[in-house]
Design a protein around this ligand. Sequence first.
Ligand code: AMP
Ligand code: DBH
Length: 554
Amino acid sequence: MNTPPLLPLHQTWPDDFVARYRAAGYWRGETFPAFLRERAARLGERTAIVDIDQRWTYAQLLERAETIAAGLLALGLQRGDRVVIQIGNVPEFYGVAFGLFLAGLVPVYALPAHRITEIGHFVRKSQAAGYIALQHYDNFDYRTLARELQAQEPALRHVVIAGEDAAEFTPLHSFQPNPALLPTENPDPQSVAFLQISGGSTGLSKLIPRTHDDYIYSFRASNEICGITEDSRYLIALPAAHNFPMSSPGAMGVLYAGGTVVLSRSTLPEKAFELIERERVTDLGLVPPLALLWAQAAPQTARNLSSLRVLQVGGAKLTTEAARRVIAGFRCQLQQVFGMAEGLVNYTRLDDGEDTVLNTQGRPISPDDEVLVVDDHGNPVAQGQSGYLLTRGPYTIRGYHNDDTANARSFTDDGFYRTGDVVQRSAQGYLTVQGRATDHINRAGEKISAEEVEDHLLAHPQVFDVAVVSIPDDFLGERICAFIIPRGEKPKPPALKGWMRERGLAAFKIPDQIVFVDAFETTAVGKTSRKELRARLRTEFLREQSQSSKTATP
Ligand code: AMP
Ligand code: DBH
């Protein structure tokens, strides 16, 4: 079979920007392999990563990564090959990620919740040569997924499974150290280190190429803003592969600083509180629904949480009222984080007044983050008015990988990324997120494309037409609601959801609510855009809901 040539990976800023970012000291030529080796040499016996039953020093992290690198190269993977990794919150996640860096291979970060539909897409889009997963995580057997993947993607040459029983696949634990196989030179700091996944606003997730230089700058500068040092012990309860717990400042920031990453598999407050007490956790990052849940549990716990210094909340909008509740429950400092895997990250600062922390999503990391707030025609709005957020800067990408259509839509001619967010900017440069321009659903921090879910539902024989809409939700922030015009007999919602799961779709994309309708009202012209239709359905639904709650409570 002829395999098409591997598309090169690149992330390129114009020369004058490169010169500027270097001169300003943002891009210092650092790389992932070099930073890990330096930390292991200097801080070898310090704890790098702990979870409920493992404890790895910096020396052990390097040793593990070197063994994995050698094992992967011995299999025949070649420098520059892409490898999809799907590993939950266990130390091995970082063993594999750094192993790939040391080998000159390129990780593509999937989430544990992804299933064959998403993983197949990542493998094809990145032209991956390998897939590495845990045997089991969260009651799911990834060997089943690996089998489907191998049957479906003949170009995927290697499947590696971490766990006691790799079945017919290569066991990660069979890898042997072999220093002679490892590249001796560090990679080009401007080369692409890995592919991060976008939440996806239209259609399928896009792949985000990030360079050593740009990404390391983003977490080095985050460390400074967030006060991360060698003494920091940072709890990760969100999926480790997410950009927020990876880099804002996340695990990469903490390892860069020589601190300790504490991994929780569970998002249940009591489980996490046990780890906070045992490891004397100082910092943690959560999405708003979890922050609220934990804040409610914190005053009642018998665990000692007094080591906590900063609680970061991001990934979705934290309302002022929710921010107050989080502060009241935790009694540590709150930091709002508004970021995106494409780049730009905003933080409220640790010395900001309460008003700013309660009411804004922070300001950008870098003095060279350029931020524009514009109207429908691309013209800047007046100070304090709402508009679309566009940005470019020293750690914001100029393009997605292998996706001309998305690039044409998502970037302006002069290289600004259209974030799709609607914001207001204060005179001091702080941003408050007001909403968004694109039809994605932000469900507890997971971004889900309405269009992608619609496409799946349209494949069902009893679905004539469908519109997928975000509905405000007290717990999730937003939930997924599918308005369906049935074809013939109405499908039963549980059966429909089961059918979607069987198609191999991440569980967080399956609608929380299904509403059957007879028809979609069209405009006078009889033509309507999907976007308008979704907006109309949402408004109508919310109006009916508030009317029925009014009649229910006299
Ligand atoms: P992604 O591009 O998939 O990494 O998702 C990033 C998007 O998440 C942003 O463009 C926002 O829409 C949303 N987001 C992240 N953090 C926040 C926050 N603190 N408040 C509101 N929205 C957020
Ligand atoms: O939601 C995000 O993608 C996000 C949130 C906070 C992010 O990528 C980040 C910080 O870096």
